[in-house]
Design a binder for this molecule. Structure first.
Ligand code: ADP
Ligand code: MG
Length: 566
């Protein structure tokens, strides 16, 4: 009955595996971080499951990770006694990639010819378990779900298929055994069966893991004595978020970030805070250095991890961060919550709302500080996440002023350098009362628009807004620093001083008489298409342009609504 079956990886998984197997990813050591991270997650899940389900029969006395090496067989095993997987779960979780953003990743991989760019993409996506195939030519996984009797054995060479079979005896949890590629090949610099190597990698990447990571180490005997062996714990197990900030170094923050975010790149910025008083909490949040592929997908992951007094409660806790900060990663450890708390209740919990408000303020203050003091990092941040942060201008009225301060947008002032609103105001001409903006699909599209001409001629700066969200927030926000935000494509535009106006009025009266016949004729001819034909002062080189009323939709919005079927 325990016959092995051979199954195929899902197509996406196969493509990803191919890339991993032939990977030139320079830092192959990270495979161990990925496997330990999974083991740690499995231990978290088991502890939570036994807290929530009192009937679950599982062994939780000594939850840990063990690393076992066999130098002769050239294997390395990562074993945990955590939640384990059922057969179906193995097929689902290991044989397929359910992660959102996969389709986008594969599209970009197909379109990219450059091997290094491909490696970067893999790093951004985080290949997780499959990283094992960077160093192993065969991987065996034996697992038993906590509370169940039979186990499952899975094995693959990473080449399109895997075998899977039931096993009668298996310890609770999961053991992943890597049959290592030859140690001396040029792309396999480290011998992962060497104690020293393994110890170093664990220290570097997984020191903060909350569970003991153990290994049996050999000690040569003193003269005449036989060698001995002892079990050592390789990591310090200190919850990073609970440690004082000045005792944590950048490398530790970076590795912790990679563990919670599944990102392979370092974070851009760390936000480490502590709340005392009636509701105690610690938060360790990160601003990533690049946008995830699923940033704009409705299935995208959002939110941070929630812990209660060091006990992992949930991933992707949306209640703790607003959607416009959905890219923020990290951990919040709230001390006074019930371990059984559900997502629904969290959304309404008053304490959680208070924490959330503080987190938002702190994150925005961090961005503000980047903007003031670290221009390069701020620019990276805004390029990657600006379009999302601007969503906050629509309904987070509490933080609107801060959001307006940290905003930057392209402008006609300097094609290479975006501006903030304060910069725009500082450059406003004498007598200019409005902040002018233009919206469109791209900078080029806007710059070709005849609406810009008069502004150019007068030397008035115009903000160039090209994100979809821009039209919505400028409408909603209305003013900055008491000055109206106005579209150059709407309503009667008046850029002249009083003196210029009188002079212009005289000229125009003359022109009106001169062109009365033409305007009349145009008005009658175009009667079905336009409301009115009038002489304009806003054009300098184009002969004519179409304008909306002040309360009309802008052309982009009109197009958007039409596309939506309105
Ligand atoms: P990720 O950790 O980002 O979800 P991985 O590729 O690392 O992606 O792992 C895929 C999934 O396989 C995990 O989400 C988990 O459900 C399951 N898994 C992997 N390793 C283990 C393990 N040691 N114990 C239990 N489940 C595991
Ligand atoms: Mg993982």
């Amino acid at each position: 009955s325990n016959q092995a079956e051979t199954l195929e990886f899902q197509a996406e998984a196969r493509q990803l595996l191919q890339l991993v197997v032939h990977s030139i990813y320079s830092n192959k050591d990270v495979f161990l971080r990925e496997l330990i991270s999974n083991a740690s997650d499995a231990l978290d899940k088991l502890r939570l499951a036994t807290l929530v389900d009192k009937d679950l029969v599982a062994d939780t006395d000594d939850l840990h990770v063990v690393l076992e090496v066999d130098r002769d067989a050239r294997t390395l095993t990562v074993r945990d006694n955590g939640i384990g997987m059922t057969r179906d779960e193995v097929v689902q979780l290991i044989g397929t990639i359910a992660k959102s953003g996969t389709a986008e990743l594969l599209r970009q991989l197909r379109e990219s010819a450059d091997a290094h760019a491909k490696q970067d993409l893999i790093g951004q996506f985080g290949v997780g378990f499959y990283a094992a195939f960077m160093v192993a030519d065969r991987v065996t996984l034996v697992t038993r779900k906590a509370g169940e009797t039979g186990g499952t054995r899975w094995e693959s060479t990473g080449e399109g298929t895997y075998s899977i079979e039931a096993v009668d005896e298996a310890p609770q949890g999961t053991a992943v055994t890597l049959h290592l590629k030859p140690a001396d090949t040029e792309d396999n610099l480290h011998d992962y069966t060497a104690e020293w190597t393994v110890r170093e990698i664990v220290k570097r990447y997984s020191d903060f893991i909350a569970w003991p990571i153990r290994m049996t180490v050999e000690r040569p005997g003193a003269e005449g004595e036989p060698a001995t062996s002892e079990v050592q714990t390789l990591n310090s197990m200190k919850a990073l978020w609970a440690r004082p900030r000045d005792e944590v170094d950048a490398a530790e923050y970076n590795e912790f970030y990679k563990h919670v975010s599944h990102d392979w790149a370092d974070p851009l910025e760390v936000v480490h805070m502590k709340g005392e008083g009636t509701f105690e909490y610690e938060a360790l949040l990160f601003l990533p250095s690049h946008a995830p592929l699923d940033l704009f997908s409705p299935q995208g992951r959002r939110g941070v991890q929630l812990y209660v007094k060091r006990v992992f409660i949930m991933d992707d806790c949306e209640a703790l961060v607003p959607t416009y900060l959905r890219f923020v990663k990290g951990v919040v450890d709230a001390h006074d919550l019930s371990l059984n708390i559900s997502r629904e209740i969290l959304q309404q919990d008053r304490q959680i709302q208070i924490v959330r408000r503080r987190l938002v303020k702190k994150v925005l203050a961090t961005v503000k500080d980047l903007k003031a003091n670290h221009a390069e990092r701020y620019r990276t941040f805004w390029t990657e996440f600006g379009a999302v942060v601007k969503e906050g201008l629509i309904d987070d009225t509490d933080n609107r002023d801060t959001l307006l301060d940290i905003l930057s947008v392209a402008s006609t002032n300097d094609p290479a350098e975006p501006t903030d609103l304060a910069g725009y105001v500082a450059r406003m001409k004498d007598g200019q009362s409005d902040i002018w903006y233009a919206t469109g699909e791209s900078r080029a599209a806007i710059e070709n628009s005849p609406h810009l001409e008069a502004f150019r001629a007068k030397g008035h700066e115009v903000l160039l807004l090209t994100d979809q969200v821009d039209e919505v927030w400028v409408e909603r926000v209305g003013t900055y620093d008491g000055r109206p935000l106005r579209s150059i494509a709407k309503g009667e535009i008046d850029l002249d001083t009083d003196e210029e106006k009188q002079q212009a009025e005289a000229e125009r009266e003359q022109q009106r008489q001169e062109f009365a016949g033409l305007l009349d004729w145009l008005g009658t001819t175009l009667t079905d298409s336009v409301r009115e034909v009038r002489l304009s002062s806003r054009l300098t080189t184009s002969p004519a342009c179409v304008v909306g009323d002040a309360h009309d939709l802008t052309p982009t919005l009109e197009k958007m609504y039409r596309a939506m079927g309105h």
